[in-house]
Write a new protein. Structure first.
Length: 117
C-alpha cells in the first residue's frame, strides 16, 4: 500500500519562502496520478491550494495563492513540489498532499506551515 509523505514545512516570517515535497513510500507516483496540495487551518475546512494533472500538462491554483505558489513534479525523483513564496500569516495551516488515479486516492499525514513574525 503506497503512502504519501510530505516534508519541508516549518516556521517562517511573512514574506519568506518554503518548498514542500511530497514523495511516496512503497510506491511510485507515475504520470497517471493527478496530484493536489490541500491545506487546513485551525477551525477551518480543508481547502484546495494547487493541483497538477496527470502527465503534468496543466496546473491550477486557488486565487489566494496565485502568483506566489508553484506546483511541479519531478518524475525522475518520484516527487511533487509546492514552492511557496511571499508567504503570509493566512497561509498558516497543515498542508496535505493528495494523489488520485482512477478510483484510487492517497493522502499524506500533512506538514505544518507557520507564517509568523
Amino acid at each position: 500500500q503506497m503512502q504519501l509523505v510530505e516534508s519541508g514545512g516549518g516556521t517562517v516570517q511573512p514574506g519568506g519562502s518554503l518548498r514542500l515535497s511530497c514523495a511516496p513510500s512503497g510506491g511510485f507516483l507515475d504520470d497517471y496520478y493527478a496530484i493536489g496540495w490541500f491545506r487546513q487551518a485551525p477551525g477551518k475546512e480543508r481547502e484546495g491550494v494547487s493541483g497538477i494533472s496527470s502527465y503534468g500538462d496543466s496546473t491550477n491554483y486557488a486565487d489566494s495563492v496565485k502568483g506566489r505558489f508553484t506546483i511541479s513534479r519531478a518524475n525522475a525523483k518520484n516527487t511533487v513540489y509546492l514552492q511557496m513564496n511571499s508567504l503570509k500569516p493566512e497561509d498558516t495551516a497543515v498542508y496535505y498532499c493528495n494523489a488520485r488515479r482512477s478510483s484510487t486516492e492517497y493522502w499524506g499525514q500533512g506538514t505544518q506551515v507557520t507564517v509568523s513574525s
